[in-house]
Design a protein around this ligand. Structure first.
Ligand code: MTE
Ligand code: MO
Length: 329
């Protein structure tokens, strides 16, 4: 079967410096075709061009140029745009997978501010248009593995999360970073359902947040983030289950104690703070050993094996050396 062959050929590992040019070009071309946005001037574009289009107050569907960072290109087949934007978890817009695409048109991604605060020397309220100019926008192709047992491969656009952390100048007390997302009932009909304790909140340990893989994300497929994917800015933490990748951020707070996070408050025995993708630690109600790739694997397709740290072990395993990952699930 084609899919299986592809997996054996490339492995599921992230491309690094030894990336094969052919596989890279195939993924690159797929993104270019789908986005129709990027100049075909070659592998590495001109960084300056990345900011040119971010001016309209209504940014919806707007093209967003970025330079592909070849160190962060998963060689898996990229999930179609249609699937990435119609099969979503974003409970602020409803709990069905189709709800966010139907309901998120009421989200207003401009104007938008994010407050960076807490145990830092440089507290600052950023405008979204400042965020996209903090560093050259990068395109990165990451696997996303939802805790529910499905996955996608998404060409994100963003900047390293570390860029904003460095500017904040954390004090010695900053041990964790908390991510708080918008909770505005006038824009988010799902807030009337008290399923989670709004606002949606997530967190990372400081060294996790500083890891080069952690991406402050403003776009996908050559466009600004569609509302249902967390416009105008979210984090993407590809070695952790999808729920750690909080959408539509309004606050980044540096704290000393491990922060409360929405899903572990909701069901502490089912969702831990770390939530690293781990095929050896099952969810209490289901196995995490395998997954289904959305848009690619059908009902009768054999499930694919879930990879430790979602395949990003080379880059993140050292963060957890000496830790019991069953206890710290
Ligand atoms: N604010 C907020 N962020 C969220 C969620 C949510 O319900 N609210 N769902 C999470 C879950 S469970 C997943 S799998 C990913 C899905 O991201 P995507 O829709 O862009 O694929 O978003 C995460 N971020
Ligand atoms: Mo998820």
């Amino acid at each position: 079967m084609g899919m299986k062959h592809t997996r054996q050929l490339f492995g599921d590992d992230i491309a690094r410096s030894e990336i094969t040019p052919r596989a890279f070009f195939e993924n690159r071309r797929r993104v270019l075709r789908a986005a129709g946005a990027l100049t075909a001037t070659g592998l590495i574009g001109v960084n300056g061009e990345a900011f040119a289009t971010m001016t309209s107050p209504d940014a919806k569907g707007q093209k967003l140029a970025a330079t592909t960072n070849t160190k962060f290109v998963a060689l898996d087949k990229v999930t179609p745009f249609k699937d990435i934007t119609s099969y979503n978890n974003f409970y602020e817009f409803g709990t069905d997978k189709a709800d966010p695409a139907h309901n998120a048109h009421t989200l207003r991604p401009r104007p938008w501010k994010i407050s960076v605060e807490g145990e830092i020397k440089n507290a600052k309220v950023y405008d979204i248009d400042e965020i996209v100019k903090l560093a050259p926008l990068e395109e990165r192709i990451y696997r996303l593995r939802c805790v529910e047992g499905w996955s996608m491969v998404i060409p994100w656009i963003g900047i390293p999360l570390s860029e904003i952390i460095k500017r904040a100048q954390p004090t010695g007390n900053a041990k964790y970073v908390q991510f708080i997302t918008l909770a505005d009932p006038s824009q988010m009909p799902g807030l009337s359902d008290p399923i989670l304790d709004w606002p949606y909140s997530e967190g990372l340990r400081m060294d996790e947040a500083m890891n080069p893989l952690a991406l402050l994300t403003v776009g996908l497929y050559g466009e600004v983030l569609p509302n249902q994917n967390g416009a105008p800015v979210r984090i993407v933490v590809p070695w952790k289950y999808g729920f750690k990748s909080a959408k539509s951020l309004v606050k980044i707070r540096f704290v000393e104690q491990q922060p409360k996070t929405s899903w572990s408050e909701y069901a502490p025995k089912e969702y831990g703070f770390y939530s690293n993708v781990n095929p050896n630690v099952d969810h209490p109600r289901w196995s995490q050993a395998t997954e289904r790739r959305i848009g690619e694997d059908g009902f009768f397709t054999p499930k694919r094996k879930t990879l430790m740290f979602n395949g990003y072990g080379d880059q993140v395993a050292s963060l957890y050396r000496g830790m019991d990952l069953k206890a710290n699930f």
